[in-house]
Design a protein around this ligand. Structure first.
Ligand code: GLC
Length: 540
């Protein structure tokens, strides 16, 4: 196959506020990314996705945008961005932006107009409804951050809809003028040369036209948060969203589909696999990569993981390219969830499965969720439903770069506390350590770059026992075996006949597994990549 850049690429997510501060305000900025370009290229990633940097009141830390075509002064200037893009491209590093089309800030001039009067030309750009007969909200829809998803507007005597905070008013994507305006935003950045977008909450963008109540969720439990009291049947994933995703794709494709300059669209979509697959598009192409978040919460045993992987592979449409994610700025940290030993195994899985992986900054250091003292909580999610571990500050803490003050992140007090172990868990220190998880990530990324079997090869499940998951990656004559020990006991894994003479390419363990007598003797918590020598006579 001729692979496109985003199929062989590894994407690295940068949570901008926490990557590198250069102007001394304790908050990361675009110049900070520029300063760390050497790091990104030495790590071996191919693309960065930068969280929103647009002017914003920061009610939801930039996911409440007040101007889609500028850079917030907190993060720099448009010229800083353009310079970053040139420098990144000079290193063959692609740059993806965060596009937030579902909602704007309530301070966006469009919303200011819309709320002015019922007759305002922009009234229909947002979702306004009359109160229910009892004067309450129009229906039972709940904000993802808790509480009714409807906010009362005194002046015009109607409610407006907000899937998130009331400071994030949902646009009415059924209105063609809204579509036109937001498509122009895409073109604005594509014209500047960005390599694509991660599209925020794509499955939220269209709501059922008649706004029926959502059905109650019989499985709801308090710790899940209020949003799960109802099933979001009518407020998300409506059939009309697909025409919009297809329009977006057509715009991206008009900038050079099929070539090395192809612009890629990645959809943030939390849905079961069968529904997720529709976002690849059926009659018309939609997003290149509907984010596959399943591994974040997956039960950590071989059988469940094998089933998850097989079901996902089987569900892909014929031209659908897979992708894998183990963490992001909204979900618990990988190392916190799986533990340090299994975080290494998980790293190997993420970088050896078939499909485009996205790494979350800091996961390459094994950063865990950082405990945030109540007085330092920033995230509105935590503030609105405290104590349920729904807050996202713990996974958004500053990148620890070195052993200097504030871990080299900033010259002042960082906006969120650093990980307590930053004096040892930092980039400079772990770069020197041959057995650090950072070194493992570098080796994995280098191996992936070297082996077509890993980046674009076929995937075949080989072995599934309680704690051992093994699979083959194959491209032409190159055949690799990946074997993951998901538990704390050593295991002997018999290799298939064709792989009897395999050689170890990479191990997560300090003292790697011996390969002898046609078997690999995996240590506890060890994962390996083996290269099988292919004998013509033994080909099945
Ligand atoms: C997405 C973002 C999240 C944000 C929400 C509202 O889920 O990843 O951080 O709060 O959208 O924009």
């Amino acid at each position: 196959m001729t692979a496109l850049w985003w199929q062989t690429a590894v994407i690295y997510q940068i949570y901008l506020r926490s990557f590198q501060d250069t102007n001394g305000d304790g908050i990361g900025d675009l110049k900070g990314i520029e300063r760390r370009l050497d790091y990104l290229t030495s790590l071996g990633v191919d693309a960065i996705w930068i969280s929103p940097f647009y002017p914003s009141p920061m009610a939801d830390f930039g996911y409440d945008i007040a101007d889609y075509r500028r850079v917030a002064s907190l993060f720099g200037t448009l010229a800083d961005f353009e310079e970053l893009l040139v420098l990144a491209h000079a290193r063959d590093l692609k740059v993806l932006l965060d596009f937030v089309p579902n909602h704007t800030s309530d301070r966006h001039p469009w919303f200011a107009e819309s709320r002015r009067s019922r007759g305002n030309p922009k009234r229909d750009w947002y979702i306004w409804r009359n109160p229910a007969p009892d004067g309450g909200p129009p229906n039972n829809w709940i904000s993802d951050f808790g509480g009714s998803a409807w906010a009362w507007d005194e002046v015009t005597g109607q409610y407006y809809y907000h899937a998130f905070l009331k400071e994030q008013a949902d646009l009415n994507w059924r209105n063609p003028d809204v579509q036109k305006a937001m498509y122009e935003v895409m073109r604005f950045w594509l014209d500047r040369g960005v390599d694509g977008f991660r599209i925020d909450v794509l499955w939220h963008m269209v709501k059922a036209a008649d706004f029926p109540d959502n059905p109650p969720n019989p499985d709801h439990q308090l710790p899940m948060g209020e949003m799960h009291r109802v099933r979001q049947l009518h407020s998300t994933d409506q059939p009309e969203v697909h025409a919009i995703a297809a329009d977006m794709r057509a715009i991206a494709d008009s900038y050079g589909a099929g070539g090395q300059s192809e612009r890629v669209l990645i959809g943030e979509i939390y849905l079961p696999v069968d529904r997720l697959m529709h976002y690849y598009g059926r009659d018309r192409a939609e997003v290149h990569l509907p984010f596959n978040f399943q591994l974040i919460d997956a039960p950590w045993n071989a059988r469940s993981l094998a089933k998850l992987i097989a079901d996902y592979e089987a569900a892909l449409p014929p031209d659908g390219w897979p992708n894998w994610v183990m963490g992001n700025h909204d979900r618990p940290r990988l190392a916190g969830k799986r533990g340090q030993s299994q975080a290494r195994v998980a790293a190997m899985m993420l970088l050896t499965l078939r499909g485009t992986p996205t790494l979350y900054y800091g996961d390459e250091l094994g950063l865990s969720d950082v405990v945030i003292p109540a007085a330092q909580v920033q995230d509105p999610r935590e503030r609105r439903e405290p104590g349920l571990a729904l807050g996202r500050d713990p996974v958004r803490t500053p990148m620890p770069w070195d052993g200097s003050e504030n871990a080299g992140f900033t010259a002042t007090r960082p906006w969120l506390p650093l990980n307590a172990d930053w004096p040892t868990r930092n980039v400079a220190r772990m770069t020197e350590e041959s057995q650090s998880i950072l070194t493992l990530y570098r080796r994995l990324l280098a191996l992936r770059r070297d082996c077509l079997a890993l980046s674009i090869g076929d995937f075949v499940l080989l072995n599934v026992e309680d704690e051992i998951l093994a699979y083959e990656r194959r491209y032409d004559a190159e055949r690799l075996i990946v074997a993951l020990n998901l538990g704390g006991q050593p295991h002997r894994l018999q290799l298939p006949d064709w792989a009897r003479d395999s050689r170890l390419l990479l191990s997560t363990a300090q003292d790697p597994a011996p390969v002898e007598g046609g078997a690999v003797l995996l240590r506890s918590n060890e994962a390996v990549v083996l290269k099988a020598w292919w004998h013509k006579t033994e080909k099945g």
